[in-house]
Design a binder for this molecule. Structure first.
Ligand SMILES: C[S@@+](CC[C@H](N)C(=O)[O-])C[C@H]1O[C@@H](n2cnc3c(N)ncnc32)[C@H](O)[C@@H]1O
Length: 243
């Protein structure tokens, strides 16, 4: 069973717990890198409960959301209550997407760091590249390769990366969400140059890393300095790759 089948029913609670982070920091940062999607067909891989699929569709895209977990796809369908949004959800593996169409834009927030081995990472990169037009873009969020386990803590925001003692490339790292009981999700922290090498091997011609920042709107709704610890040692980073 894909690991996310087991936590699909908790995913709404996870998103509710970390909603301030997702809405004030992560999503505006990600959507700035994604840019204007009006009139575009977008493949949202690892769509999960449809967090970004719905945002992309509201911004004017036609969206196909794909996830390996049938339970997450069911959750996405359940949460997508606005019938005017142009979204179709499917079950599928990013490494072998059974879709003939190619896209100008693929989004894949929080996918690549589930690759447990370098071969898995290479297969994901190849699978995504295969579904992109030449010159198309992949925009993703990955665990921050430069996260410092001794740096400022992100616990106050409801999420933490807990290292497991492994220190090498692809080290097992646990994303801990502060719920009762806590939810822990295993992921793998690949080095920046490893991502870049596998993306290049898969046929991507350039990669561009963009740190998450606090949106201007959020700056007005949270006390000065509220996000400082997060931004000083972020758990995630946005990555844009051109095919
Ligand atoms: C943390 S969730 C992110 C969901 C969504 N993108 C978001 O930002 O809320 C990660 C998702 O990746 C999916 N996933 C993991 N490996 C996958 C693969 N090989 N192909 C497609 N989806 C995958 C999981 O099932 C899960 O729904």
């Amino acid at each position: 069973m894909p690991p996310y089948d087991a936590i699909a029913s908790q995913y709404k609670a996870i998103n509710d717990r970390i909603r301030p982070f997702r809405e004030n920091v992560e999503s505006p940062s990600f959507q700035r890198v994604v840019g204007d999607v009006r009139g575009l067909s977008v493949l949202d891989v690892a769509c999960g409960d449809g967090w970004y699929s719905r945002r992309l569709a509201r911004a004017g895209a036609r969206v196909i959301g794909v996830d390996i977990s049938a339970e997450m796809v069911r959750e996405a369908e359940r949460q997508t209550t606005d019938g005017d949004l142009d979204i179709e959800y499917r079950v599928g593996d990013a490494a072998a997407l059974g879709i003939a169409e190619k896209f100008p834009l693929i989004t894949a927030a929080y996918l690549l760091h589930y690759a447990a081995t370098r071969d898995d990472l290479a297969a994901l990169c190849r699978g995504l590249r295969a579904r992109l037009d030449d010159g198309g873009r992949l925009v993703t969020l990955v665990l921050n390769p430069h996260f410092d386990p001794r740096g400022p803590s992100t616990a106050a925001y409801g999420l933490e990366l807990r290292t497991t003692g492994e220190t090498g490339d692809g080290a097992l790292t646990r994303l801990h969400v502060d719920l009762e009981p806590p939810v822990t999700i295993d992921a793998y922290r690949w080095r920046q140059d490893t991502y870049e090498a596998e993306l290049e091997n898969a046929g991507f011609v350039s990669t561009n890393w963009t740190p998450l920042t606090c949106s201007q709107d959020a700056a007005g709704t949270t006390p000065d300095g509220y996000w400082d610890d997060y931004l000083a040692n972020p758990t995630a980073v946005a990555l844009e790759c051109v095919a």
